[in-house]
Design a binder for this molecule. Structure first.
Ligand code: ASP
Length: 340
């Protein structure tokens, strides 16, 4: 069972329909962020809520947020009483008037809309993500495991036993996704964003920076602590403990397998090597547990060593396929099963 988390750019009027392309029968739970930037220079809903909070009881800024959610609903033809929900939201913000409650409303609204869009059950994060002085992990896992599959919840916040809401740090919907994945003992934690995965360097600064195909939990945590913003560093530990791989993927580019974050020892275990004739050519496929760049390196080195050129190659997070004029199965087999 897969848990999928969607960042704020997916939860926008123009992009929401794309999330349906990413979901299949194996998906059991969805975690969403507040609406993100819709264009360059736009302001994220969470930042609008932050500004709104400083101006309370002036609620005029809420209209901007309401407009975004109304567009999300109308553009995607979702059947939900969004005006009623927005009315209750602003009344609750004004009545309770505390920072964490106000900021949590973006994720709460997104989850309500996305659950109606998918026809999945809505679960308020305040009912499952439980805090005492800090996050109560066992209690949180217990509550999540009782829900059953196919539900949508908001990231970034939870609540104490008295109902008072508590926030994770900014970007914290990734943490909620990781907790849900661990609680449900998912086979994969998909983290859907608007870039192909973790880049070797910041793609804004280095335009041709390559995507890292596979790395360990430790290295992912280190890189995100040091500024790689694609994944929140605190989201790594819950899934690492449970040995659940994270797959960071681009909802704009389903062709790309993205980045896999997993236990080093799990990556790159070869499951099978096959060969198929295709006209005059041979397609040799290696299937492995999870991507490891080492496998591709070994295959290409071995082919080069034998003077065989690879006419075409393609790969995903669990396979690599090379097309050659010669029959190369034994060469590829030896290469991928050899010890380093
Ligand atoms: N909406 C929150 C933020 O902008 C949390 C998240 O998106 O993960 O930081």
């Amino acid at each position: 069972m897969i848990v999928a988390k969607y960042g704020g750019t997916a939860i926008t009027p123009n992009n929401l329909h794309l999330i349906k392309n990413t979901l299949g029968s194996h998906h059991g739970a969805v975690v969403v962020s507040a609406i993100g930037k819709q264009y360059d220079g736009d302001t994220k809903v969470t930042d609008l809520l932050k500004a709104l909070h400083t101006r309370l009881p002036d609620v005029s800024l809420f209209e901007k947020i309401a407009y975004k959610y109304r567009s999300l609903v109308s553009q995607n033809h979702i059947t939900i009483d969004i005006n009623g929900i927005l009315q209750n939201t602003i009344s609750d913000i004004v009545y309770k008037n505390y920072y964490e409650n106000t900021l949590s409303k973006g994720e709460e609204l997104s989850a309500k809309v996305v659950s109606a869009f998918l026809g999945w059950k809505y679960v308020g994060a305040e009912e499952i993500i439980t805090f005492g002085k800090r996050l109560l992990t066992e209690e949180t896992y217990r509550k999540i495991s009782l829900i059953g599959e196919r539900f949508v919840t908001g990231g970034f916040y939870g609540a104490r036993a008295d109902g008072r809401r508590v926030l994770f740090p900014r970007g914290g919907s990734d943490i909620t996704g990781a907790l849900v994945a661990s609680a449900l003992n998912a086979t994969l934690y998909e983290n859907w964003t608007d870039v192909n995965g973790l880049c070797v360097a910041d793609p804004v600064k280095v335009s041709n920076a390559q995507t890292v195909r596979c790395l360990s939990y430790d290295n992912m945590r280190l890189l995100s602590q040091c500024g790689a913003s694609v994944l929140h560093p605190d989201s790594v530990l819950p899934v690492a403990r449970a040995g659940i791989p994270i797959n960071i993927r681009n909802f704009f580019n389903l062709q790309d397998a993205g980045t896999i974050v997993c236990n080093d020892s799990v990556a790159g275990k070869v499951i099978g090597v096959t060969s198929k004739r295709n006209g005059n050519l041979f397609e040799t496929t290696v299937v492995f547990t999870l991507s490891s760049s080492l496998i591709a390196v070994k295959v290409f080195d071995a082919l080069e060593h034998c003077g065989i050129s690879c006419l075409k190659f393609c790969g995903g997070h669990n396979f690599l396929k090379v097309t050659t004029e010669q029959y190369v199965l034994p060469v590829v087999y030896d290469a991928v099963t050899a010890q380093i």
